[in-house]
Design a protein around this ligand. Structure first.
Ligand code: CTP
Ligand code: MG
Length: 244
């Protein structure tokens, strides 16, 4: 089924105040293997606070009234304790749900707790330097798209090589984007896109791909490399130096 929005999903004021009619999903259920901190990455201390708390600050500052955080199975109590101070910033609630085996499964679990909203924005807890304005810019870009995703222009030349290491193609850099989060969706579009088998979910490296493969309109919204993902100890040290 083509996940375009139905007429009822296009009220005249869809864009005006859309943040207020949306919910944020913050995926924080990964184990952080590559960081190797001995605990789930989203709950590692970053500039004195659990990493996920920085993203929740930006979500609240964008005027999004409800947030659902997918947390690692078995770490519910730790997560609740870590986020107890953040609840007051969300007038329609800060909800914790158990994440899934893959990132998209975590998104699907969280979406079930998002409530009746016009739009949903999905963000990685591993991008703690996100600006509040990026949430509002991606939500606004839903005016003519099913999904609107933060993306940075690619600055390196990108070549494609075969298994033998020989270059077969040099891509046109002006058309290439490095995809980040937040990714904003019309809520019905994301629900339908996630209604697929676990094998398809496991292949999704981002949620927008699930919308693309179903024929939806996905728009990029220019972001900057400053919204990088903390993956390695080097990234954590860089984020720490930028936040202190
Ligand atoms: N994530 C999630 N549920 C999963 C896997 C990942 O909620 N089953 C979240 C992570 O918590 C993170 C985001 O998706 O905020 C991006 O994933 P990634 O950077 O790969 O984080 P981890 O999976 O934790 O790290 P690693 O791959 O190194 O184990
Ligand atoms: Mg991962």
């Amino acid at each position: 089924m083509r996940p375009t929005a139905r007429a009822s999903e296009h009220p005249a004021d869809f864009v005006g105040g859309l943040a207020a009619q949306s919910a944020a999903i913050v995926v924080a259920a990964g184990s952080g293997e590559r960081l190797g901190a001995g605990r789930p990455k989203a709950f590692v201390a970053l500039a004195g606070r659990p990493m996920v708390a920085w993203s929740l600050d930006a979500v609240a500052a964008a005027g999004i009234p409800r947030a659902v955080v997918a947390v690692p199975p078995g770490h519910g109590a730790v997560a609740e304790e870590a986020l107890s101070g953040a609840a007051d910033a969300f007038p329609l609630g800060l909800v914790l749900v158990e994440g899934g085996a893959t990132r998209s499964a975590s998104v699907r679990n969280a979406l079930a707790a998002a409530g009746e909203v016009e739009a949903v924005t999905v963000h990685d807890a591993a991008r703690p330097l996100v600006a509040a304005e990026l949430f509002t810019a991606t939500l606004s870009a839903l005016a003519d798209a099913d999904a609107a995703i933060a993306a940075a222009r690619v600055t390196d030349t990108v070549k494609e090589a075969g298994p033998d290491g020989l270059v077969v193609h040099t891509h046109d850099r002006s058309r290439l984007w490095a995809i980040q989060t937040p990714q904003a969706f019309r809520a019905g579009v994301l629900r339908r896109a996630l209604d697929v088998g676990d094998d398809v979910l496991a292949r999704a490296t981002d949620d927008a791909w699930l919308v693309e493969r179903a024929g939806g309109r996905v728009r990029v919204v220019e972001s900057s490399p400053a919204n990088f993902k903390v993956t390695t100890p080097h990234d954590l040290a860089l984020a720490e130096s930028l936040l202190c």
